[in-house]
Design a protein around this ligand. Structure first.
Ligand SMILES: *Cc1c(COP(=O)(O)O)cnc(C)c1O
Length: 400
C-alpha cells in the first residue's frame, strides 16, 4: 500500500523528496549519526550542553511534586500568560493583554505551524528570507502555501530591499521573519524591518516573526517588529523558552498577537497538541521573571563563546562571518580548499573530530549553489568543548 498525503508536501517543502518520490534523511540526522559514530564534537545541532538556571529547574520539579500534572487550559496557564505579557512590557514597552493576546504553544514550532495553518489558503504565498530555518519550508508546504524567498546577501546577510520589494505582492499572505537569524547569526537591520512593515501594509499581508533568540544578541538590543509604527495590528510574534533558559527539550513557546488572530491560531492549535508541558509552564514563568542580570549574563557569556569559536575558525583558515546573535556562526571552507560544504562536513569528523552542517541544509537550489562552501557551526557549548574544538580544527590549517 502506498502512503500518500501531506507527508509528501512536508517532505517536498523541506527539500527531502527525491525525483523518484523517495525521502532522503536530513543532513542533520546524518551529521548527528556521524558525531555518534566517530565520537566527534557535535557543533551541528543547536542545543546547549549545560542546564539552565536552577530556579527554573526547581520550579518545574516543584510543579510536578505539587500536582501540576494534568491538562492545563488550552490557551496556557494564566500565570505564564501573565509572565509573557510582563516580559513584553518590561523589555519592549509592549502592552499585551494576558487573557486575550497571549497563547502558549508546544514550542515556537507549534506556534509557527498553527499560525500558518490558520492564515493560509491553498496557493497563498509566504515570503521568507533565505537561508531559512528548516521547518519553515515544510510547514508552509503542509499548510498548502507557496514559498517565495529573498536572499540574504553576503557578507552581512542582509537582504537587498529591492529584491524584498519585488518578492512581496498581492498574492503574499504572510511575510515570515526570523531575527536574530538562524542559521546566519545576523540581526536584521531596522531598515529591513521597516520595509517589511511597509510592504505588509501595502499588500495587506500578515507579519509572522520568530524571535526565539531575542535575548541572545551581542550588539544592540533586539527590536521586535511589533514595536514598529503601524506593525502591531498585523504582526504575530512568536518566541519560546528553549533558547533563553537552556530548556530546548521542554517545548514551551508562545504567541502574542491581536485577539482575533489569537482566536484563529488557538482554533488550529487545540487540534494539534491541545496542550503540553503543564509543569514546565510555571517554570518558564519563573524564568521570564528572572532579574535583568540573568538576561544580560546569558548574552555576555554566549558572546564570549561566539568569539572563542569564531577566532578558532579563523585561525584554522576559514573565512568567518560576523555573528551578532543566536547560537550560530557561518564560516567559508573555500580558503581550505573545499568548494562543497556537504563533502567538507562529511569529512570534518575524520579530519578534525568536529561535526558541523552545510548552509545548504537551509536553502533552496539557486541560493545553495551560490553559498555552496559555507558551513554553520554552533557555539552554544561549554567553553572547554569549544576550546577543544578550536584546537582540533587547527589541523585543517596545517594540512591545506
Ligand atoms: C530552535 C528554533 C525554533 C524552535 O523552537 P522550539 O521552541 O524548540 O519549537 C524555531 N525557530 C528558530 C529560528 C529556531 O532556531
Amino acid at each position: 500500500m502506498t502512503v500518500d498525503g501531506s507527508w509528501q508536501r512536508a517532505a517536498r517543502g523541506a527539500g527531502l523528496l527525491g525525483d523518484d518520490g523517495s525521502i532522503a534523511p536530513t543532513i542533520f540526522a546524518e551529521m548527528s549519526a556521524l558525531a555518534v559514530q566517530t565520537g566527534a564534537i557535535n557543533l551541528g545541532q543547536g542545543f546547549p550542553d549545560e542546564d539552565g538556571p536552577a530556579a527554573v529547574l526547581d520550579a518545574a520539579v516543584a510543579a510536578i511534586r505539587g500536582g501540576g500534572n494534568q491538562y492545563p487550559p488550552g490557551i496556557g496557564i494564566p500565570d505564564l500568560r501573565l509572565a509573557v505579557a510582563e516580559h513584553q512590557q518590561r523589555f519592549y514597552g509592549l502592552a499585551v493583554d494576558p487573557d486575550r493576546e497571549v497563547l502558549i504553544t508546544a514550542g515556537a514550532t507549534e506556534a509557527l505551524a498553527a499560525t500558518l495553518l490558520a492564515l493560509l489558503e491553498p496557493g497563498d504565498e509566504v515570503v521568507t528570507f533565505e537561508p531559512f530555518y528548516d521547518a519553515y519550508g515544510a510547514l508552509i508546504a503542509l499548510a498548502g502555501g507557496v514559498h517565495r524567498t529573498v536572499p540574504l546577501r553576503l557578507p552581512g546577510f542582509q537582504p537587498d530591499l529591492d529584491e524584498l520589494r519585488s518578492a512581496v505582492t498581492d498574492r503574499t499572505r504572510v511575510i515570515l521573519v526570523n531575527t536574530p537569524h538562524n542559521p546566519t547569526g545576523t540581526v536584521l537591520s531596522t531598515d529591513v524591518l521597516q520595509a517589511v512593515v511597509e510592504l505588509a501594509e501595502r499588500h495587506d499581508a500578515y507579519i509572522v516573526t520568530d524571535e526565539v533568540y531575542e535575548h541572545l544578541t551581542f550588539g544592540p538590543r533586539h527590536v521586535p517588529i511589533a514595536t514598529l509604527e503601524d506593525a502591531r495590528e498585523r504582526t504575530i510574534t512568536i518566541s519560546s523558552g528553549g533558547k533563553t533558559f537552556n530548556t530546548t527539550g521542554w517545548k514551551i513557546g508562545w504567541v502574542t498577537a491581536p485577539t482575533d488572530l489569537i482566536t484563529a491560531i488557538l482554533t488550529v492549535k487545540q487540534f494539534l497538541t491541545y496542550v503540553n508541558g503543564a509543569p514546565f509552564q510555571p517554570a518558564i514563568a519563573t524564568g521570564l521573571r528572572l532579574g535583568d542580570e540573568y538576561f544580560a549574563g546569558i548574552a555576555a557569556e554566549l558572546g564570549r563563546k561566539k568569539d572563542l569559536l569564531s577566532s578558532g575558525l579563523a585561525s584554522a583558515g576559514f573565512d568567518v562571518f560576523a555573528s551578532d546573535g543566536t547560537y550560530f556562526v557561518v564560516a567559508d571552507a573555500a580558503p581550505l580548499g573545499y568548494d562543497d560544504a556537504v563533502t567538507f562536513c562529511r569529512e570534518l569528523p575524520l579530519l578534525a573530530g568536529v561535526v558541523a552542517v552545510p548552509l545548504s541544509a537551509f536553502c533552496t537550489g539557486a541560493y545553495a549553489a551560490s553559498t555552496a562552501s559555507l558551513v554553520r557551526f554552533a557555539y552554544c557549548k561549554r567553553v572547554e568543548v569549544l576550546e577543544r574544538a578550536a584546537a582540533q580544527l587547527a589541523v585543517l590549517g596545517r594540512t591545506s
